[in-house]
Every structure is written in structure tokens, then in C-alpha cells.
Design a binder for this molecule. Structure first.
Ligand code: SF4
Length: 321
């Protein structure tokens, strides 16, 4: 499989200003030297605690926010250097599914108008093109055509998320960022939406960055997984490799935090203590050193690089060198 997206040395540092004079008094280091590849027709799961930078990374890849520095190569072109006008065709190819379907649909618009809007934004006004496509997509997401004349408030959370997904795929994108797309839904509905996304991926040949803090959902939907900690990628691997042969202590801590019923009292778990350090004042050396049970003096002073440890498996930890 070829690469659809290459993220290179991506940094997002938000300036922190003092209220009166507007002087920059520091930075929030939200993303730091991110290097990441996303392959065609794969679902890359992005996992980490709240505040680790997952959504910021998704937004930077779509250029919804302009990163401080770095490159996002999409189909061979760096989209970060493109003007608003030049981004027009990229916007058709890359879409976002939001976390909250209650906020992401305009309550004053009927479903038909919500689904028609992306065509109008891209200058397509011919109803002979628009209407068959809207009917096709509504069937594809498992809804009946009579929903087109109704308003978002008439639907449940799961149905609204289906409509939001329909809007995201209606222009045949190649790439979707799904940012916690099921975390606002009832647990019984989550599986339906995750299965729908898997079907759409196959049917439409989609590539997806699936952001979640829920490891069971990430395990179910992803082909590969990237683990983030405090604005850095600390481990990437194929799904089975990551779950069965993870190397980074933070990945182990995340997996150990998932409750399982087991009699194995000898199984040594890493319990994450304390909160994520502030991204405004991140620790020197390895960013995980303040919570890592294997910390050494070297970890407190030197920064580990993200290194290949086996096929398609990269880890940022001195223990793996
Ligand atoms: Fe822990 Fe050191 Fe590895 Fe960081 S580099 S994860 S502190 S062992």
C-alpha cells in the first residue's frame, strides 16, 4: 500500500500572551516534531489521554489550523503551503467527522439542505447530479429517504451521527479524520456507527485517521495504531503487534488501565499516577519520565527518538535501543 499522507516534523506551539500588553510569555507545546505516515485504504487509530494532542494533530493534517512548522504531504503535495484558493480541491478530498452530532448539524436546516450544502460550496448546482447522489448516500448510511425533509432535532444521537457521516462522504473524499466520532453516543449505538464506518471504508476505498481515547474501539476498527503522549508519537505498530507486543511503558500503562476479569495475580501492571504534565512546561528529556516506572538518569536529561524496532513497529524509549 502506498502512502496517502506523510506528516513531517510537524509542530504546533500556541503562544501564551500576557493579558495587558499582549507580550508572548511562553508557549503551549501541543505538537512536537510529529512524523507519521498514513497508508491508502487503512484506518490509523490515534490513541492517548485527553490533552495529548490527538485532535490538534487531526486539525493540522486537514489544515483547519495552521501548524507552527512542518509538512503535511497529501498525494505528493505539501498542503500547508497552499493558499485558501489552492486548498479548494483538497477540501473535497479530505473531510472531518466531529465528536458531537448535536453540535455539528445546523438545527435550522433540513437533512436535504445539510447534504446539498457541500455541493454548493464546491460550485455544483445541478440537481440532476446532486439529488441522485443524496439518495445514494442516504441509502448507504442505512436511512430512508423520508428523513430528507426532517430537521436534526427529530433524530437520535446515532441517527444524527449517520447524517453527519453522510455529509462527510457525499463528495467522495479519499481521506476522513474521525475525531472521537462515537464517544458522545450511547454504548449500544457506538458499535453500529463503528460498523458503518468500517463498511464505508471498504465500499468507498476510504483512508481514515480514527481518533479515540477508547482502546477497545481503537482495537476493533484500526489496521494500525499510533500512541500519543504530550504532543509526541511514542509508539506506532500494526494493531495486533501493538496489543500483543507493545514496547513503550506508556502504551503498556494505557492497556493495563482497561479493566479485564483475570485471576492472574502475578501479572505486573503499570498504574499511571498523576496527571499529564502541562504542555506549557513539558518535562526535559523523555516526556514520560515523570510517570515512568523504568525511569533512569539518562531519561531525565536526554530525549529518545522514535526508532524502528521491527517491521512497521516504532518506539520512542531508551529501553528499546
Ligand atoms: Fe521510561 Fe526512560 Fe523509556 Fe521514557 S525513555 S519511557 S522514561 S524508560
Amino acid at each position: 500500500m502506498g502512502k496517502l499522507i506523510e506528516v513531517r516534523k510537524l509542530n504546533m506551539h500556541y503562544p501564551v500572551t500576557d493579558g495587558l500588553m499582549g507580550n508572548v510569555k511562553g508557549y503551549v507545546y501541543a505538537l512536537n516534531n510529529i512524523d507519521l505516515d498514513i497508508y491508502q485504504n487503512e484506518i490509523l487509530g490515534l490513541v492517548g489521554e485527553s490533552g495529548s494532542g490527538k485532535s490538534t494533530l487531526g486539525n493540522c493534517i486537514l489544515k483547519l489550523i495552521q501548524p507552527t512548522s512542518g509538512e503535511v504531504i497529501f498525494d505528493g503535495e505539501n498542503i500547508l503551503t497552499k493558499s485558501k484558493k489552492e486548498l479548494h480541491s483538497f477540501r473535497k478530498k479530505a473531510q472531518l467527522i466531529f465528536q458531537n452530532p448535536y453540535m455539528s448539524l445546523d438545527p435550522r436546516m433540513k437533512v436535504y439542505d445539510i447534504l446539498k450544502e457541500p455541493f454548493l460550496v464546491h460550485g455544483i448546482k445541478d440537481n440532476n447530479i446532486i439529488n441522485p447522489k443524496i439518495r445514494q448516500i442516504i441509502n448507504l448510511i442505512g436511512m430512508r429517504e423520508d428523513v430528507l425533509t426532517r430537521y436534526p432535532h427529530e433524530f437520535s444521537g446515532g441517527q444524527r451521527q449517520r447524517i453527519a457521516i453522510a455529509r462527510a462522504i457525499i463528495l467522495n473524499p479519499e481521506f476522513i479524520v474521525a475525531d472521537e466520532p462515537v464517544s458522545a453516543l450511547d454504548i449500544s449505538i457506538q458499535a453500529q456507527i463503528v460498523n458503518l464506518l468500517l463498511d464505508l471504508k471498504e465500499h468507498l476505498n476510504l483512508t481514515m485517521l480514527f481518533i479515540s481515547h477508547d482502546l477497545s474501539i481503537i482495537k476493533f476498527i484500526s489496521d494500525r495504531i499510533a500512541v500519543m503522549y504530550l504532543g509526541e508519537i511514542v509508539e506506532t505498530a500494526e494493531k495486533n503487534e501493538l496489543f500483543n507486543n507493545h514496547k513503550h511503558p506508556y502504551t503498556k500503562a494505557l492497556l493495563d488501565a482497561v479493566p479485564v476479569i483475570s485471576d492472574d495475580k502475578n501479572c505486573k501492571k503499570i498504574i499511571l499516577e498523576g496527571d499529564l504534565p502541562s504542555p506549557q512546561n513539558p518535562p526535559e528529556g523523555c516526556k514520560f519520565h515523570t510517570r515512568c516506572p523504568y525511569v533512569t538518569e539518562k531519561c531525565k536529561k536526554e530525549k529518545p527518538e522514535l526508532k524502528l524496532v521491527s517491521d512497521n513497529h516504532k518506539v520512542r524509549c531508551f529501553l528499546c535501543e
